[in-house]
Design a protein around this ligand. Structure first.
Ligand code: NZQ
Ligand code: ZN
Length: 379
């Protein structure tokens, strides 16, 4: 096990009827901005619950944060915050609203020129406005981590940042607010959380970090058992609760301590979304089986272990097939052609990674050429 320093300051408020708890977390007298997306929270009653809880505060709202949130949209919220003198942000939505809010919170306090530099990696975040959230879509882990992924529509770039200042102060996780999710987003959420675990588990590493490995396996077992149930029984509380908590743990930093991490699937996937607008999880469902196939020697012990512990199957190829079948079972298609993509997309994604000069994966050996190889077998 490698050395590590671990701290996670996010207060989790979990369970039914917990939205009103935000009044105990947002300092009295704060001027609050509620950020949200395209309106799902107005249809499922979450907006009303949040508005009721905020009634004792001076508060404003900023809506229209799109999936794969845009830098351009975030900057409009930054202007509103400065105009109104907002001092606390409440994000209400899925990973996109939470990620946008993290960037907005950092961009408002950024003093080094264009806040895009936070994403391009040229500047570090030195402070951010405090924020909390009410999560409506279990998937990204954004509710208990400090990372965010933002797209610049103008240049078709999708880039990530993270900082010690962009952890939520609190996250409200009420599983009942996820009952209104359409099947596509249920599937996306389960696949995203599954792949988060793989990025931290499915590496060359084997045997020395038993606790993290067992935790990782527990998280994916939960997703594999409960995910399909959520598609057929959308209002089963325990199923939703298990999925919500498992997704949070998939990316709250815990299972990555002391182990090597991959993240090649995510980085390749972000480029596919940046160019073609696919849902985040759709890109992961395409790419992960390709990464597992092309890097099967490097990852062999862990792939075999995943097969045995999670899918009850033997061997590398059977395990890769089991992963692919699971994604399909969750309704998330696993080939480029399912999304009308082919050679042109492969060339574009590999070309951009070549230009960036990135060498991805836990061994830094996933070059643009290897990315091409990975994607060709996913046609
Ligand atoms: O915009 P609204 O109207 O709210 O609708 C959303 C959106 O259309 C809808 N939705 C959310 N909760 C709902 C609901 N519909 C009905 N009932 C509910 N309870 O679902 C759609 C998708 O929402 P979005 O927030 O985009 O999905 P998700 O949570 O999957 O977030 C994806 C974003 O997170 C980033 C992705 O790259 C992508 O931009 N990620 C963030 C990470 C992080 N911060 O750690 C890690 C991830 O790997 C990921 O990259
Ligand atoms: Zn993800």
């Amino acid at each position: 096990m490698e050395n590590f320093i671990y701290a996670n300051p996010v207060k989790i408020i979990f369970g039914r009827d917990t939205i009103n708890e935000i009044v105990n977390e947002i300092p009295q007298g704060s001027k609050v901005l509620m950020t949200y997306g395209g309106g799902s929270i107005r249809n499922n009653g979450v907006y009303d619950q949040a508005a009721k809880a905020l009634s004792g505060y001076e508060w404003y709202e900023f809506s229209g944060i799109e999936p794969n949130p845009h830098y351009e949209t975030c900057m409009k919220a930054v202007a509103l915050i400065k105009e109104k003198g907002i001092d606390f942000i409440l994000a209400v939505g899925g990973g996109s609203v939470l990620d946008a809010t993290k960037f907005i919170a950092a961009a408002v306090c950024f003093e080094g020129g264009d806040p895009w530099q936070i994403l391009s990696g040229r500047s570090e975040v030195k402070k951010a406005l405090p924020f909390g959230d009410i999560l409506t879509l279990p998937a990204t882990g954004s509710e208990m981590n400090a990372g965010a992924v933002i797209t610049r529509a103008e240049t078709q770039e999708k880039l990530a940042f993270g900082s010690a200042y962009t952890y939520p102060k609190f996250s409200v996780l009420d599983p009942t607010v996820t009952y209104s999710l359409p099947p596509r987003q249920i599937g996306n959420g389960v696949v995203d959380a599954f792949v988060h675990v793989m990025e931290q588990y499915l590496t060359y590493n084997e045997g020395s970090v038993l606790l993290q490995d067992h935790m990782a396996e527990a998280i994916v077992k939960t997703l594999v058992v409960e995910g399909p149930k959520a598609l057929v029984a959308p209002t089963d509380y325990d199923v939703r609760a298990n999925l919500m908590w498992a997704s949070t743990w998939a990316l709250n930093g815990w299972i990555s301590q002391g182990v090597p991490e991959d993240w090649a699937t995510h980085m390749i996937g972000h480029e596919i979304t940046a160019f073609y607008g696919l849902d985040h999880a759709q890109t992961l469902a395409i790419v992960l089986p390709g990464v597992m196939t092309v890097l099967k020697e490097q990852k062999r012990k862990k792939i075999i272990r995943l097969g045995k512990e999670v899918f009850g199957t033997d061997g590398i190829d059977n395990t890769i097939r089991a992963v692919e079948n699971f994604f399909e079972k969750m309704g998330v298609k696993t080939h480029l052609s399912d999304y009308d993509l082919g050679d042109e997309a492969i060339a574009k994604v590999a070309g951009r990674l070549n230009k960036r000069g990135w060498k991805l994966g836990e061994c830094h050996n996933v070059t643009a050429d290897l990315v091409k190889e990975i994607l060709i077998i996913r046609k």
